[in-house]
Write a new protein. Sequence first.
Length: 341
Amino acid sequence: MDIEQIRKVLERYTQGKCSPEEISIIEKWFDSINRHRSAMIEDDFLAEQLEEVRMRIREQVELPQAEAPVRRRRLRAWLYSGVAAMIAGAVAITLLYKPMPAGHPANPSHPAVQSAVAKTNRVIRNGYVEITTTKGSTEKIVLADGSTIMVNASSKLRYPENFGDSRNIYLEEGEAFFKVASDPKRPFVVHSGNIATTALGTSFNIRSYSREQRITVALLTGKVKVDHAETKQPVILLPSEQVSIDRHSMAMAKSMFSKEDDIIGWKNGYIVFRDASYNEVATEIENRYNVTVINESGDAEWTYTGFFKDENLQEIMETICLTKNISYTLKNDTIFLTRKN
């Protein structure tokens, strides 16, 4: 973040337009500066100046509403020159903001967003590479054959270190997008539960979260064959087709989709719901913002359709709750859904 960006943040703050997260960012910077010392700045001097800045900001935040505008005008010049100068001197030793997890655009203004920890666990066990992503993180994998896999949050994927006569990938939990390099002699097969999706040269998405009732395979390009272990007839998918498999009844339903974002919008940071069940909505919110959703409304038998691109967590929850006539509260990293009073 350069000085111009810092100046704009301070300008919004002194005009009373600063979001709670921006105030939090400044406070976190003050806290972190003591953990990242620099020989460029004298520790005692820096500590003294930071404490003064901290006190003045707290005074301003805690001012009664009637007094705030006058004090903001009085402090504006001091904030611009003092804070910006000190940040300019110390910016080399710390970050003023915490970046969003890779693969998702910045979507802040709620503390829960900043609590997300982008982390991927990769281990090699018994000749297989195991990839596990946490809530709030995605991972891109490039295989030896040139195929690529984008793994969504809260997912687990396993593949052999070296392919033999076939290319078998195991999506044991979650969602992933596959772009397959053509190799007619070695079929590319993705196993997700009892479902096997076979491709030669194509791109497709598989969603298979264990808490959701259905597994969905959607084809973007090429051609795939979807087999179920308990059915004899495979389903052939062409571009813009998808098949949903009910985990309980084993029924397979084939349908069309018109927009790629409906299927792989998550790769670009979008949240897309199309007749999504409560569990699907909750899974998406939890994965994106590293929160836990607890439904205390007594109603989980609903579907929801919506598209979110730049909205933050608060705006998304307000929209969903308005549509479903329920309320929500956020405590730490847990969202509670309740009936409206």
